[in-house]
Design a protein around this ligand. Structure first.
Ligand code: LHQ
Length: 267
């Protein structure tokens, strides 16, 4: 039986995915990348799951690509042809990043330790990023002669602006969680001992909210970054019109007027 590199727990409407290769700081093998994508796919198609929470087992979130994986480890034999690591991106990282970024439910990352290379890209690709105070973010790519991948070149400048994005990516220095929060790279830092409880509570809160509106908000904001103001206004109107016909708006507005708690159900 293959190694269980993603542990899955269900907490009410929250699907918790735990990256699980703690002996290698949850570095991604191809098998693990496939299992993570499958786990996201399963959460996406389960109508009772209304939020996904991703964290790491042990002391790390993820150290990125497993550099010992035979698909990427440089061959040391004289005359051996270099490996095409772009193949790995095409077949594993791109489908994973697209799946993560287009989830039909909000996705929260609970960064419990170091998030390096593609591990940082996976964390930063989530909708909300919470981190323990001992967590850190390392754009480790440049140190081994690579460029940020798994969405890193897209995410970093959008999150922190070009100057800081380039500083992080070129120098590859460790960024502490508190500094990541200050830069706007992540949402919030919490004491380590409180991280999982707070992350689960945040995920539960999102799970009880109008899922479709949350997901369309993510989509609209990502799109708006490439629009001029007027185009963004018009796009908002199209999406808002769709929201207005949905059950959750009728329920949300009616519950407000009736002074009762809404029961959202759209997904
Ligand atoms: C690891 C790893 C690791 C294997 C720790 N692999 N074992 C995409 C497509 C194609 C090709 C390549 O890349 C990509 C995207 C990427 O993600 S590139 C970036 C890959 N990641 C890195 O370069 C980070 C490498 N790791 C580190 O720099 C350090 O381990 C960090 C700073 C993350 C943590 O340092 P420490 O806390 O001092 O831990 P450690 O280095 O002692 O690691 C603990 C163990 O985990 C150790 O194994 P061992 O058997 O000696 O206990 C490491 O070898 C293993 N490990 N990262 N990426």
């Amino acid at each position: 039986m293959s190694e269980q590199t993603i542990l899955i727990e269900q907490h009410g409407a929250v699907r918790l995915l735990r990256l699980n290769r703690p002996e290698a700081l949850n570095a991604f093998t191809t098998g693990m990348l496939g299992q993570l994508r499958q786990a996201l796919e399963a959460a996406a198609t389960d109508v009772d799951t209304r939020c996904v929470l991703i964290t790491g087992a042990g002391r790390a979130f993820s150290a990125g690509q497993d550099l010992a994986d035979p698909h990427v480890a440089p061959s040391r034999e004289a005359g051996a042809p270099p490996k095409d690591i772009g193949h790995l991106l095409d077949h594993f990282y791109i489908p994973l990043a697209l799946r993560l970024r287009s989830m039909p439910v909000p996705v929260v990352a609970a960064v419990n330790g170091v998030a390096a290379g593609a591990g940082a890209s996976v964390a930063l690709g989530c909708d909300l990023v919470l981190a323990g105070e001992s967590a850190s973010f390392i754009q480790a790519f440049s140190k081994i002669g690579l460029i940020p991948d798994c969405g890193g070149t897209w995410l970093l400048p959008r999150l922190v602006g070009r100057a800081k994005a380039l500083e992080l990516a070129l120098l590859g220095d460790k960024l502490k969680a508190a500094d990541a929060e200050r830069l706007g790279l992540i949402s919030r830092v919490l004491p380590d001992a409180e991280l999982m409880e707070a992350a689960l509570a945040t995920a539960q809160k999102l799970a009880a909210m109008p899922t479709r509106a949350l997901v369309e908000t993510r989509i609209a904001m990502d799109e708006a970054l490439k629009f001029d103001f007027e185009t963004a206004l018009k796009r908002e109107a199209v999406l808002q019109s769709q929201m207005g016909f949905a059950y959750d708006y009728l329920e949300g507005a009616a519950a407000f007027l009736d002074k009762r708690k809404p029961q959202f159900r759209d997904r």
